[in-house]
Design a protein around this ligand. Sequence first.
Ligand code: AMP
Ligand code: FE
Ligand code: FE
Ligand code: ZN
Length: 279
Amino acid sequence: MAVDLHTHSSASDGTDSPAQLVRRAAAAGLVAIALTDHDTLSGIGEARSTAAEAELRLISGTELSVDHDTLKIHLLVYFLEPGEGPLQDRLSELREGRNLRNVEILARLRALGYEIDDADMAAEAGGESVGRPHIADALVAKGVVSSRAEAFDRLLGDGGAAYVERPRLGAAEAIRLATESGAVTSVAHPYTIDRNAETYPPLFRELKALGLTGLEAYHPEHPPDLRVHLAELAADLGLVPTGGSDYHGTGKPGVDLGIGFGDLDIPDTVVTDLEDRRQ
Ligand code: AMP
Ligand code: FE
Ligand code: FE
Ligand code: ZN
């Protein structure tokens, strides 16, 4: 039995529809997945009805980009149900922030000489949460770059010539809103926050004091020794070591559901451990 608690569909920047993603997960033998599209729950309905047919458990989730001091942290939110609620109500504001930022990014690209407009971006987006990966796909379609990764490296990544900030929630606020909405939170891919593992204990202790439930130990981009280290650290701090592939369909070549690059192994006990922490 295997699970995958970090996946993206075409509701944000993945390339599989929610139904395709769930069917793929069932075919891979997974017993539970979390759909964690960026800043949206719009894929959950379709994913859930497909999951019911496939006899697979679907956990409703999202992934937020939050600020904490000078750090940018991705926060996975689990058991956040579609509809109204303290955090749910903020997601539309976050998406509006994305839309305003996308307009600015496109303007910067045009100023740099790349003829790209709103329709080019819209042609690559399948859902309501639109962002840099779709702009990257439009640049690929125009032959400017050969991959999403190259688009981020050359233009769209933090500090790149077409990079624009967008409004983010603070970590404390996001964790509080999630808790008030009946959800739990886990820090996504700590490797991207800081490569130096010595910074993790004080940071995660601080976030736990704010109400954090888990940290993502099992992620494809974590070297095997880091996965073990983070799982031990989570146990030490009373956090749940979560895991997921961060599957984006063809948006992240080589990464597949449940197994990442082939060597990911996520204990299925994570699901009940997370559930037990719901308030
Ligand atoms: P945005 O949400 O619009 O700020 O775009 C960030 C998303 O782009 C991340 O969640 C990743 O899915 C994707 N991304 C970030 N860096 C890269 C990269 N170097 N190559 C491909 N995709 C990336
Ligand atoms: Fe993404
Ligand atoms: Fe992320
Ligand atoms: Zn992700």
